[in-house]
Design a binder for this molecule. Structure first.
Ligand SMILES: *Cc1c(COP(=O)(O)O)cnc(C)c1O
Length: 445
């Protein structure tokens, strides 16, 4: 291990080597001839056939992580449902895979509702979250018959009640509580502090629950909490669940029915091999706080299920040597993968080819975009690379392709899924002309 660069996540004082990164990820292995394998597929073969940048997802990793979480919840004797947070990776094949395992979907827009339905996830399994649901989106959710809408404010409750009643429908609602808890994560992905835009203060919940019970068109069934993402300590999660549990007791004591607690997502991933909390720890915290209420528990994991199931393949375009710095310039940029630029996120970078002889020199790994934020790693020590060589940026299955843009008129990365020794192209690289196919030049110009 070498000293970490400044962008390393706070709990990772040391940067793992490529060998350590591969060893910690069971689906990745290194073959002396074929180089880096994902499950049984040589990634270099995909880079050759599909070109780069290309996201590659492992079906086995997604299935394995889903089952590990489901098993931990069952072992803790919880009646639990997993509603996969679609925003982490909304590809239809990913949704189909989780749907086939029994997952529902946590969605935040009309588009995500439609994606989940197209992928075959039943409407009853859909939870509609989100702080800015428009009337149009609420109507779409009512018409589809989603299983739960998480209410973010009294005004939203009133709007939903009116819209549902006008259609002769009744929708199950849960109130998203803002427990004013610091999740200890990056400021841009913390959501449970009083000053964040999410949720309703705990003090308001009993009154709103009682009000909703008397409103037409809505049936209050429970409470919800989601305090942030990439959470590394179970303590804040447990405090969030405990807050829900105590409010649930208060609501029941007032004579109302409450059958469901939606305990959100947020479980962290060890991008730099830092020890992340395990599903058993999450299940333990749920067991200690909500089990005795005998409610149905809903979980909304996104990142934890898919981040380690993806790699982003890129090619080296150029090696640039400045006066005191070397730059490895890739053909993937912040338009393909935004997390390093947006959150200073640390991601492992591993060359696809078997190790070359020669001395490793620390270099900044950067993209082609005209922004200095377009940097995947600072002072990274990689085995020697030259133009045309391929690398894999690890753990890019969550908040990767979905946060992509066409900035600098770059078409989106292609996407591939591997399973065992097969692989399939699941999204073609769009043609350049698709970048402007929706644009019009006014006739008078
Ligand atoms: C983003 C989000 C999730 C998923 O968060 P992860 O950190 O990816 O697990 C779950 N629930 C809600 C309400 C969200 O906004």
């Amino acid at each position: 291990m070498q000293r970490a660069a400044s962008e390393a996540s706070p709990s990772a004082p040391l940067e793992p080597t490529a060998a350590e990164l591969i060893a910690a990820r069971p689906a990745l292995s290194r073959d002396a001839l074929d180089g880096l394998l994902f499950e049984g597929v040589p990634l270099a073969a995909i880079a050759r056939e599909v070109a780069t940048p290309t996201y590659v997802y492992s079906a086995a990793v997604m299935r394995g992580r889903y089952r590990a979480l489901a098993d931990a919840l069952q072992a803790a004797q919880l009646r639990a449902r997993i509603a996969y947070a679609v925003k982490a990776n909304d590809h239809l094949a990913v949704l189909r895979l989780f749907g086939a395992l029994g997952a529902g979907a946590d969605v935040v827009s009309e588009g995500e509702i439609a994606r989940a339905r197209v992928a075959g996830i039943p409407a009853e399994g859909i939870v509609f979250s989100g702080v800015g649901k428009t009337d149009r989106e609420l109507v779409a959710a009512i018409d589809v018959g989603v299983g739960q809408i998480n209410i973010e404010s009294e005004a939203e409750l009133d709007a939903l009640s009116g819209l549902a009643a006008a259609r002769g429908r009744r929708v199950a609602v849960a109130f998203r509580v803002n427990p004013d808890i610091d999740a200890g994560t990056h400021a841009k992905i913390t959501t449970g502090l009083a000053r964040n835009k999410f949720g309703i203060p705990a003090s308001e919940i009993p009154r709103l629950y009682a009000r909703a019970s008397a409103l037409p068109g809505v049936v209050p069934v429970g409470l919800a909490v989601h305090i942030g993402s990439q959470i590394f300590s179970i303590g804040p999660l447990r405090r969030g669940f405990a807050c829900l549990a105590s409010l649930a007791r208060e609501v029941r004591a007032a004579g109302f029915s409450l059958t469901r607690l939606d305990c959100g997502g947020g479980l962290g991933v060890g991008y730099a091999n830092e020890p992340a909390p395990l599903p058993a720890a999450l299940a333990g915290a749920l067991g200690a706080t909500v089990r005795e209420l005998d409610v149905e528990v809903v979980l909304e994991p996104g990142r934890w299920l898919v981040a380690p199931a993806g790699v982003l393949l890129a090619s080296v375009v150029r090696i640039k040597r400045g006066p005191d710095h070397a730059f490895i310039v890739l053909d993937a940029g912040m338009n393909d993968f935004l997390r390093p630029a947006l959150y200073d996120a640390w991601h492992g970078i591993v060359p696809l080819a078997p190790r070359r002889p020669g001395e490793s020199v620390p270099a900044d790994v950067v993209g082609p975009i005209c922004e200095s934020a377009d940097r995947f790693a600072a002072d990274r020590l990689l085995s020697p690379l030259g133009p045309g060589d391929h690398v894999a940026i690890l753990d890019t299955g969550a908040y990767g392709r979905v946060m992509g843009s066409a900035y600098n008129a770059r078409p989106a990365a292609a996407e591939v899924m591997v399973s065992g020794s097969c692989w399939a192209l699941i999204r073609r690289r769009p043609a350049l002309a698709s970048l402007w196919s929706d644009e019009e030049i006014p006739r008078w110009l």
